[in-house]
Design a protein around this ligand. Structure first.
Ligand code: G3P
Length: 213
């Protein structure tokens, strides 16, 4: 499984990029609004750091508006991936952008039907929201597993991004069920590097090393 970082914070993106673990970045309107910067300027800053896919979300609700926004965003860099909400209009926009060779990430996916339809429309990536399904007592990782199985069965090429990752357990679960990617907030990415036995092991090695002196 590969990693994206799920943030629009440039400092976090720089730190995560230096870790050597992430392949790219996913943003959404909430994450961008949190930074309080002009969207295109923010994307330019991210593009300067990350040499990989950068998902930027459109906010129009009609396919024409989505496509217009997408074309402006795609001009910033070939690494820009257009994030599109999973609606009928979003599917139309996905089809148009795919035909133009622009990559798409169909987001806000909460069902198997939505995932397969997005893939059929040509989505480069589909993003099922694990945490938000768990929030309503549904099985977020179960949906990712179903999508992995269905895409394999039907030979669908779209890559599956486990999104709305809320804890390190979600990352391990996404790996177990065969998600292609997880997009992970910075604090959870860092938490996943750690294990108490690693820290204890380092402390013991250093203590033993001291005995050499
Ligand atoms: O980027 C979409 C997704 O990862 C949002 O996560 O925690 O707001 O449900 P969350």
């Amino acid at each position: 499984m590969r990693f994206f970082i799920d943030t629009a914070n440039v400092e976090q993106i720089r730190e995560a990029w230096e870790l050597g673990v992430i392949e790219g970045v996913t943003t959404n309107p909430t994450l961008v609004a949190r930074e309080g910067k002009d969207f295109q300027q923010l994307l330019q800053e991210i593009i300067a750091i990350v040499d990989g896919p950068i998902s930027a979300e459109v906010i129009s609700l009609d396919s024409r508006g989505m496509v217009d926004e997408a074309l402006a965003l795609a001009r910033l860099s070939p690494n820009i991936v257009i994030k599109i909400p999973m609606t009928a209009e979003g599917l139309k926009a996905t089809k148009i952008l795919t035909a133009k060779g622009i990559k798409t990430n169909v987001t806000l996916i909460f069902s198997l039907n939505q995932a397969v339809m997005a893939a059929r429309a040509g989505a480069t990536y589909v993003s099922p929201f694990v945490g938000r399904l768990d929030d309503v007592n549904a099985d977020g990782i179960g949906l990712v597993r179903d999508i992995v199985d269905a895409f394999a069965h039907y030979g669908l090429d779209s890559k599956i991004i486990a999104a709305s990752i809320r804890n390190v357990g979600h990352i391990a679960d996404a790996i177990r069920v065969g998600a292609h990617y997880a997009t992970v907030p910075y604090d959870i990415l860092l938490a996943a590097t750690k294990h108490p036995l690693t820290d204890q092991g380092i402390a013991r090695f250093l203590k033993d090393w001291e005995k050499l002196k």
